[in-house]
Design a protein around this ligand. Structure first.
Ligand SMILES: Nc1ncnc2c1ncn2[C@@H]1O[C@H](COP(=O)(O)OP(=O)(O)OP(=O)(O)O)[C@@H](O)[C@H]1O
Length: 254
């Protein structure tokens, strides 16, 4: 579990052709153990913010503190899950999870077994990525991140490429993992229902330049029923925050 603080974060991309202010004065604080979702239109700086938190992008103004330490580079306390699973096709599930650690080490072997069980892939240890479904591959990617026992998990549209059924299933799996492992979670998503289903707070961003428009606390106990009246009320609130138009047709995904 980690505290995360974005303080006056500004980010501008400068190239010969253009200058784009991707983030302007972003201030955001995550409590340890908190699940925060970021939602907003394409280009509002969601991925940029996540990359900065991960230490993958260090050329920005302002500061980002994780457990009061400035983020200057990637580290094992921070796990990163991308939309595409980025598994090595030539390695088995267990070798993908172990990555640079040796499975010959009994401690590594035990931890790999534990995380495989956690993401419910027991029996698929020796399978190759091409033998797995999209949801299973994403579980391997999550297991690989959990292997390093991150204090903070950064998820960039992790289920964006999955069908609706698998996506719902993965959201439930992620909630279980979060409850059992107590990590701080920062999730980027385009899916309003996903944000309401998972998050303690939803950060609604707007673009040009990317700024925080509104932060909505979701005061619903888990498990959250997607068809309940209160869930639908939150859906309206998030849509309203995103669009500014109360009578917008709900599409639930932006
Ligand atoms: N490497 C880069 N060079 C120049 N501009 C960039 C670069 N990366 C991002 N941008 C610009 O910065 C802005 C924010 O991009 P970012 O990818 O963070 O948005 P996003 O909210 O994650 O978008 P999406 O929802 O489409 O993934 C966009 O205008 C984008 O074009």
């Amino acid at each position: 579990m980690a505290t995360v603080k974005f303080m006056n974060v500004n980010k501008t991309f400068v190239s010969k052709e253009s200058t784009v202010q991707a983030l302007r004065e972003v201030n955001l604080e995550l409590k340890p153990d908190e699940f925060v979702a970021i939602i907003g239109p394409s280009g509002c700086g969601k991925s940029t913010l996540l990359k900065i938190a991960a230490g993958l992008d260090t050329s920005f103004q302002g500061s980002v503190l994780i457990d009061e330490q400035s983020v200057t580079k990637p580290s094992i306390e921070k796990g990163f899950i991308f939309q595409e699973h980025r598994l090595f096709p030539w390695l088995t599930v267990e070798k993908n999870i172990a990555a640079d650690l040796s499975l010959k080490d009994p401690a590594v072997r035990q931890k790999v077994n534990e995380v495989i069980e956690l993401v419910k892939l027991t029996g698929f240890e020796k399978a190759f990525p091409k033998q797995l479904s999209g949801g299973m591959s994403q579980r391997v990617a999550i297991a690989r991140a959990l292997m390093r026992q991150p204090q903070l998990l950064l998820l960039d549209e992790p289920f964006g490429a999955l069908d609706a059924f698998t996506r719902n299933h993965m959201q439930e799996a992620l909630l279980d993992i979060w409850r059992e492992n107590r990590m701080t979670m920062l999730l980027v998503t385009h899916d309003i229902d996903e944000a309401i289903f998972l998050a303690d707070r939803i950060v609604v961003m707007e673009s040009k330049p990317g700024t925080v428009k509104e932060i909505i606390s979701i005061d619903l106990p888990h498990p959250r029923a997607r068809v309940s009246t209160s869930f639908m009320e939150y859906r309206k609130r998030v849509l309203w925050a995103l669009s500014g138009y109360e009578d917008l047709e709900p599409t639930y995904s932006i």
